[in-house]
Design a protein around this ligand. Structure first.
Ligand code: SF4
Length: 120
């Protein structure tokens, strides 16, 4: 179980953090957080790259490079998937269980292949 402490006034330190970025699930990371930003982590290079560049804001959806709202983005994604001959749903390494379940349901619905980063 992760435990938290204060390194200084601005930095919280979380010990025994589970890394979700590959199937190894290392559970001994120490993550230093200042504000909403990870400032230090002792994981591997993949883990460091993802933790240190984590975004805490919602992504801005775009279609053809133009900002759109989420409903329009979902409509466009549905149009693309409906035209797809051999769709692939890939990734999911840092995706929570509920989102993974939705991806599996979607793959079943549209006959997509489903794969994750451990196969590359
Ligand atoms: S990405 Fe690195 S730190 Fe994270 S679980 Fe995999 S090997 Fe461990």
């Amino acid at each position: 179980m992760a435990t938290a402490a204060k390194a200084d006034e601005q930095t919280a330190v979380f010990n025994n953090v589970v890394c979700p970025f590959c199937a190894t699930l290392c559970d001994d990371l120490t993550v230093h957080v200042r504000g909403n930003q990870v400032v230090k982590v002792n994981g591997c290079n993949l883990s460091k790259g993802v933790f240190m560049n984590a975004h805490t804001e919602w992504a801005t959806p775009r279609v053809d490079g133009k900002r759109v709202d989420y409903d329009d983005a979902v409509d466009e994604a549905a149009r693309i998937l409906a035209r797809s001959v051999n769709p692939l749903i890939f990734g999911l390494a840092a995706t929570d269980v509920e989102a993974q379940k939705k991806c599996i349901e979607l793959a079943d619905l549209i006959g997509a292949n489903l794969d994750n980063a451990s196969s590359v």
